[in-house]
Each structure stands twice: as structure tokens, then as C-alpha cells.
Design a protein around this ligand. Sequence first.
Ligand code: HPA
Length: 274
Amino acid sequence: MSNREWENLQTTAKFVRNRLHNKPRIGIILGTALGGLTEEIANPVEIPYAEIPHFLQSTAPAHAGTLIGGEFAGQNVVCMSGRFHYYEGYSFSELALPVRLFKLLGVEIAIITNAAGAINTAYAPGDFMLISDHLNLLAVAPTRGLNLDQLGPRFFDISTVYDLKLRELAFAEANQLHTCLREGVYAFMTGPQFETPAEIRALRVLGADAVGMSTVPEVITAAHCGLPVLGISVITNMAAGILPQDAPLSQVEEVGTEATADLIRLLKGVLNKL
Ligand code: HPA
């Protein structure tokens, strides 16, 4: 990241800070069809991405394009309703922007959600999966290029970015709510095509439990700037080749939308205890 990028980031953060009523403690990124959560945010300030200087635009279906500040479950939050994906044409360094913005706004915990296909055959659509680790087979990094020392060191550890305490808290809440919460490894694939059955078999051998087209660039960025992450996948479908049918594309949005109410309950429980 160059000085120019750092200056742009400061401009972005200053603009957003001036519009928000509170300093957010929790930053939330909502996955496909999970935007319903934003209706639960009290005293919302909505900022369309298009108004934010040097920000990106959402082009993905079932992703709004609004940053929302307000209160959720007793916490000051800032929430991205509509995220950015590599398949939209953004570079990995561009995908670092939202989490870096969180950091500059004062966020202390990032909650990153997504819709994912199950590779683990014990999972079923509608389950939630806590992300305990990920596979980044692309081996690319949003932090590639000149390091921005103001945000974090050149080399950094990401082995504990999926924070154990946050995961324990989420499990305790899920138990109380009788919500089916799995825990597993998320494999990042770029899309926009869904995977081939051979790719899914290969990912299973490599230890993946679910697959999706997001999250990992954001999580690496969070690790770089020292933000702990709670990562939750909503399992919307069985991955390619597991069932004798084509990738059920419409199912992703349907199941995501249906799961939103349970996700809200789970996150409320977690945030109330933070
Ligand atoms: N593959 C990739 N991304 C996805 C899937 C999938 O099966 N389901 C939801 N997002």
C-alpha cells in the first residue's frame, strides 16, 4: 500500500466517522442474503457506498450497498450490508478496504458471515458453521505490496485470527438457543463459477468442510491489523457433486434468507455478552 492509498483510506474513514453517531466497537460483514440483520439495528445511520470517498461498489446479487452504523444487542456496530468479492473484478488489495476502514473507525471485533456450500457430508442446508480455520489455495494476500506499518507488521501470524474465546461464546449461545452450530474449515474459491465435483473431492481431502467465494481476504486483512474475527458460514447447499443435481443456485439466496432470523438471534446472544 502506498502513501496515496493510506491518505485515501484516511479520507474514507474521516468521512464515515463524521456521519456515524457513535464509535463502533463491532464491525459486521453480512454474507449473501443475510442483509435482513440490518433491520435490527437501532438508530441507524445509512451511508450508501456510492457516497463514500475512495470506497468500492457492490455488484453482487443479494448484496445491498450500504454501510450502516447504529446499535445492535447493546453494542455500537458498523455493518456492511453488501460485501465485495474477487469475482466482481476487485483486486485483493481493494478487498482489504472494508476491514481497514473498520480498524480506523475503532472497531475491536470483526464478525464476518457468508453463505457457503457444505463439503462435509454430515452438514445440511440451514446449518451454521463457525469457521475455525481456512484454506487459501490461491495463496494470494490482500496485504501484498508495500506494507502499511501504521496498520500492522510486514509478516504476521494468522493462526489464531478465528478467536477461540469468541468461538466458545458462540457455541454457548448456540447451545442455549438449540441452534445447530458446526465448526470447520472454510475453503476460499474465487468463483463466480461454482466448483466442479473433482474440486470438491480435492478440497475434502485437504480438510475443508465448507466452500465459498468470500471472507478469506477480509480475515487476512483483519489478522494484519490485529482484529479478532468471529466467522460464521450459513450452509446454504451441499457442494457440487455431493447430491445428484446441478448446483442449486437459487437455494443459496432462499436458505440464506430463511437462516437470517436464527443468525440474528445467535449474534444478539453473542454481542450481549461481549
Ligand atoms: N460454492 C461456492 N460458493 C458458495 C456455495 C458453493 O457451493 N454456496 C454458497 N456460496
